[in-house]
Design a protein around this ligand. Structure first.
Ligand SMILES: [Zn+2]
Ligand SMILES: [Zn+2]
Length: 198
């Protein structure tokens, strides 16, 4: 209860992970030459006279010469930390994947078994606050106990420094919810155990 499975991956071993899905959610895997909204027609695809926009041939988008900053033009975002956390069972939306990748030091990828994982795109410091933030973005209303211990030991200021000040309360609230649930569970267990003894 309130724990998350982890797995060690070797992200340098391309043969082992070649069937994984690391598609960059910001550019949808395009990398270079990202499609952006046509400025001429503001994305409508037609000009003021209802004719096809010449700039974009009516597509509403044009290819920019920009390189995607999220993936440096690679089209993929691969974690650099070998531990990944199991986002058990359910489908992760493109929107959530994008939100998490852009707003945290985490990324979400899919293994060759259709399983979803949360990975880290940075290392060198304790990024637990970002893991918590991503976990909440994913829709969980509880946090793994291991992360809560870490949050407690590094404190509120550090939490805000990593995850952003506006996330501190959300993370602490989720941690407290989890602690309350653990307490209820423990209390129930004690009652049951005492009952059986008598
Ligand atoms: Zn990209
Ligand atoms: Zn246009």
């Amino acid at each position: 209860m309130f724990s998350v499975n982890t797995r060690q991956f070797d992200f340098c071993d391309w043969e082992a992970i070649e069937d994984f899905d690391f598609t960059c959610p910001t550019c949808d895997g395009v990398g270079d030459g990202v499609m952006v909204e046509c400025e001429e027609c503001e994305g409508t695809g037609h000009d003021g006279n209802d004719d096809e926009c010449e700039n974009c041939s009516g597509e509403g988008v044009v290819m920019s010469d920009e390189t995607c900053e999220m993936c440096n033009g690679d089209g993929v975002v691969v974690p650099i930390w070998n531990t990944a956390w199991d986002i058990d069972t359910y489908e992760v939306s493109d929107e959530t994947r994008k939100e998490v990748t852009e707003q945290t030091n985490c990324t979400i990828f899919k293994d060759d078994d259709e399983g979803w994982w949360l990975g880290l795109t940075a290392c060198g410091m304790d990024l637990t606050p970002d893991l918590c933030k991503a976990w909440i973005m994913l829709g969980f209303d509880w946090l793994p106990l291991e992360w809560i211990s870490s949050i407690i030991s590094t404190g509120r200021d550090y939490c805000g420094y990593v995850a952003g000040k506006d996330w501190v309360d959300k993370i602490y609230d989720a941690a407290l919810e989890t602690a309350n649930a653990v307490e209820r569970q423990a209390s129930y267990m004690k009652t049951q155990l005492r009952g059986e003894k008598a």
